[in-house]
Design a protein around this ligand. Structure first.
Ligand code: SAM
Length: 177
């Protein structure tokens, strides 16, 4: 029995607290949470079937699908977190964004949330040095969500593309939100 416990129920409580406070041993990879466990922190097991319930009720089914598909993809932790995504959606709505730029697409979580937030004739110039993760994971979900027509993907380092966009702004007087 724990030395501070006066009875069995206090002993059990002390044991629980002690277990919870055990620090993670970062030298042992088996003790680290998996990428899926970390990435799916917005979901929880629900009921006997073990179905995943989304704890972000305003996250669209397509975003949830993309987040789930990304969880086992190399570099998954780079993906935008669902709570950050909800804030981005709020901000896009507040400024009535229509023409936007996405720098760093990866599998496309923030790209998809932007595409869902802007109007049907909105545009996203999306830039990434590689479109592999987008093609592997994001693109089929964009197509399913019916937002692919808003996306202009440029596979390139961002700076030269941004320079070109700035040139267009000064010559054609076009802007992005
Ligand atoms: C943090 S991830 C982006 C996450 C993504 N917005 C999401 O919601 O999942 C960073 C991405 O930026 C890309 N990247 C890194 N340096 C870049 C650069 N100089 N120009 C364009 N893309 C770049 C990487 O290839 C990677 O896909």
């Amino acid at each position: 029995m724990h030395p501070c416990a006066r009875n069995a129920s206090e002993a059990a409580r002390h044991a629980t607290l002690t277990r919870k406070q055990t620090p993670i041993n970062f030298n042992s990879s088996s003790e680290l949470p998996s990428t899926r466990e970390k990435f799916n922190y917005g979901s929880r097991r629900n009921g006997e079937q073990g179905a995943i319930a989304n704890v972000y009720p305003r996250e669209s089914e397509f975003l949830k699908e993309l987040r789930d598909a990304t969880a086992d993809y190399p570099g998954a932790l780079m993906g935008t977190a669902p709570d950050a995504g909800q804030l981005m959606t709020l901000l896009l709505g507040l400024v009535n964004a229509k023409k936007t730029i996405e720098i760093g697409v990866f599998t496309g979580y923030s790209l998809l949330l932007t595409a869902l937030a802007i109007p049907d004739d909105g545009k996203i110039t999306s830039i990434d040095v590689s479109r592999k993760a987008y093609d592997d994971i994001g693109l089929p979900i964009m197509q399913k969500a019916g937002v692919e027509h808003k996306i202009d993907f440029v596979e390139s380092p961002a700076l030269p593309v941004l320079d070109k966009l700035l040139d267009n702004v000064s010559t054609n007087n076009t802007e992005t939100d």
